[in-house]
Design a protein around this ligand. Structure first.
Ligand SMILES: Cc1ncc(COP(=O)(O)O)c(C=O)c1O
Length: 352
């Protein structure tokens, strides 16, 4: 590809911090873990941050820490990565998939009438969801909220960082995300000490003290070397998010139609994905591919259309319509202005 959809970046600073941690710290539970957690908590404006092995484990452990079990039902939107729903099933709870609004692809609760025990809104594409509606839904039903902020490190909702506005925030450091740890990794954020302690215990086999285990748990800790790399990435997150915002403004300014998904008017997106929505999506994609420009569709199949969810028989028409129209364009900070303009030219050729 002349312009790839994604570029994995590995800097000298990442390398030096990784080598330092490997040479000087315990491979598991080293100092870098504590420092990364403290710095991440400070960054999100929460009292606690507890690192884990992935975004998926962050979600799953959070639900367990909040008491979600085989008797529970938990809502999440169908337009997301499958982990947003799988985490519910992995706690043996029942997933209730909601449809989305076709403006920005975010959660829409207007057709949900069921009594549930929890909700996982997703800040999809790095854009904060309509959190007011989620909050009033949760307050009415008196249920906890776990934010899936796996794509939204640094995004703001009403001037507060996502991950700090609910019971627990969950982040993924998978390499394509706005920040990584040089491999898989995740983080949970919360203001509740008891929840933080439960998450710490569940990520470590349900440990209470060195030799006592008082609950079921996993080995889902983050490795020290990954925390060391994460600290470097966190330091540069704001500048990288700012570059993503520059890129989206170039797209918006130069595309002949206003077809980039809008930003939440009460928030600030970090543009994990820059997504266009257009009837000519397939033609646009072909034009980009023919010219060696990467693109992707998130998500081609909404969760309810995946084989392991079909048995539930959901009909969520907005998400199905939306999936046929969307296309993610390159959005990574290393993309140059000229490359962005070149992508605009090809898109314009089809839509004008
Ligand atoms: C919205 C969303 N939720 C959950 C996850 C799961 O994160 P991970 O891949 O780190 O398990 C991801 C990332 O892939 C995601 O994008």
């Amino acid at each position: 590809m002349k312009i790839p959809f994604f570029i994995q970046e590995f800097t000298d600073e990442m390398e030096e911090s990784a080598i330092y941690a490997l040479r000087n710290e315990s491979f598991v539970g080293g100092e870098s873990i504590t420092k990364f957690e403290e710095e991440f908590a400070e960054y999100t404006g929460t009292k606690y941050a507890v690192s884990v092995s992935s975004g998926n484990s962050a979600l799953q452990i959070s639900l367990m820490a909040l008491g979600i079990s085989d008797k529970s039902k938990v809502i999440t939107p169908t337009n997301s990565f499958i982990a947003s729903a799988n985490c519910i099933r992995m706690t043996n709870a029942e997933p209730i998939l909601s449809d989305i609004n076709t403006d920005d692809g975010g959660i829409d609760l207007s057709n949900i009438t069921e009594k549930v025990n929890g909700i996982i809104p997703v800040h999809i594409y790095g854009n904060p969801c309509n959190f007011e509606s989620v909050k009033s839904f949760a307050e009415e039903q008196n249920i906890p909220i776990v934010e899936d902020a796996c794509q939204a490190h640094g995004a703001l909702y009403k001037a507060k960082k996502v991950g700090s506005i609910s019971d627990v925030g969950c982040f993924s450091f998978y390499p394509t995300k706005n920040m990584t740890v040089g491999g898989d990794g995740g983080m949970t954020t919360t203001n509740n000490e008891e929840t933080a302690l439960k998450i710490k215990s569940i990520r470590d086999n349900g440990r209470k003290t060195k030799n006592e285990f008082d609950k079921l748990g996993f080995t889902m800790r983050l490795n020290t070397v990954n925390a060391a790399i994460g600290r470097v990435q966190l330091k540069h997150l704001d500048e990288k998010n700012a570059r993503r915002r520059e890129i989206v403004s170039i797209y918006r300014k130069n595309l002949v139609e206003d077809c980039i998904l809008p930003e939440n008017k009460d928030g600030k997106s970090v543009y994990h994905q820059i997504v266009l929505k257009h009837e000519k999506r397939d033609e646009i994609r072909k034009e980009l591919t023919d010219n060696e420009i990467g693109s992707a569709i998130y998500y081609e199949k909404p969760i309810h259309k995946q084989s392991i969810y079909e048995e539930y028989g959901y009909k969520l028409p907005n998400s199905e319509k939306f999936a046929k129209l969307i296309l993610s364009l390159p959005s990574y900070p290393l993309l140059t202005n000229d490359q962005t303009l070149e992508i605009c030219e090809h898109v314009n050729k089809i839509i004008s």
